[in-house]
Write a protein that binds this ligand. Structure first.
Ligand code: SF4
Length: 282
């Protein structure tokens, strides 16, 4: 059995930085409670790694003890969380990915210039929540739902998006918006870590007969890889799994060439474990 591990693999810069921030928060505050607001990154192995180092997770700032430490996640957070954290006198470590922050800065500038923004994203994803709560000038174009165009008064609004979308679907959504707003300005904000992983799946070697996407069911990045693999390689066996224990051994037996793709928050060690296990299956 041939196994190809697709590039890029391992943590993206935003995930590495988020983990560093959380560890720094722990190291610099040895006597304090340290919590991350939500999942630091969408991978249960990373969350377990943090837990082992006494870095917890809360869903609401109100659950953080007064004066404790809170780490904001890589994807961003609802704007009001910052004010609430200050009210509770929390020590803040900001692990928001610089690319997510860049979008928020763009949104703020558009408001200053008197423009509306249409933000394409998943309604319940933290990055979308962060963008929508950053100012009232932002309108959501929700995935599979669209936007209420009657609320867009600007003839040339800026169209931006969540960083981890499907590169193929984004093009279709841009076309849909162009039909309603021909003068709209488009800024594709899918990050390089997301884009290059998806492109690797679009240009697979022809003899690949199964694809394994390694990542969490909660990871937008991983789910988009699975989506693209299914869409572009119909009829091929494609699996989204978090670790080697979930390998569908019976289905993989006899495969000649398996490609392994992985999300930007998947530890390299998990990919290596899967490769080792596949070599045993043969
Ligand atoms: S996937 Fe992209 S946006 Fe998300 S943390 Fe990584 S680099 Fe940042």
């Amino acid at each position: 059995m041939k196994i190809t591990i697709l590039e890029p693999k391992g943590y993206c810069a935003g995930v590495s930085q988020a983990i560093e921030h959380a560890l720094k928060a722990r190291q610099e505050n040895p006597d304090k409670v340290v919590n991350v607001l939500g999942m630091l990154v969408h991978n249960s192995y990373v969350i377990a790694f943090l837990k082992q180092r006494d870095i917890g997770m809360i869903d609401d700032i109100a659950d953080a003890p007064q004066g404790s430490v809170v780490v904001f996640t890589a994807h961003g957070h609802e704007k009001s969380a910052e004010e609430k954290a200050r009210e509770r006198k929390l020590i803040i470590y900001d692990a928001v990915c610089p690319l997510v922050k860049k979008n928020l800065t763009t949104i703020a500038k558009e408001k200053e210039r008197g423009h509306q923004v249409i933000y394409i994203g998943y309604r319940s994803h933290p990055e979308t929540i962060a963008a929508l709560s950053s100012n009232e000038n932002v309108h959501l174009y929700a995935i599979k739902e669209g936007v209420d165009f009657s609320r867009i008064e600007d003839v040339s609004p800026l169209i931006i998006n969540q960083t981890t979308l499907n590169i193929l679907s984004l093009k279709e959504m841009h076309e849909d918006i162009k039909k309603h707003l021909p003068l709209a300005r488009f800024q594709d904000e899918i990050c390089r870590a997301t884009r290059s992983r998806q492109e690797a799946l679009l240009t697979l070697s022809e003899d690949v007969d199964a694809i394994i996407v390694v990542g969490s069911q909660k990871s937008s990045n991983a789910k988009r890889l699975y989506e693209i693999a299914k869409e572009k390689h119909p009829g091929m066996d494609v699996f989204l799994l978090e670790d080697y224990k979930q390998l569908p051994v019976a289905t993989l037996k006899g495969k000649k060439h398996i490609a392994i793709s992985s999300s930007a928050s998947t530890p390299l060690s998990i990919i290596e474990e899967i490769k080792t296990e596949l070599l045993i299956i043969k």
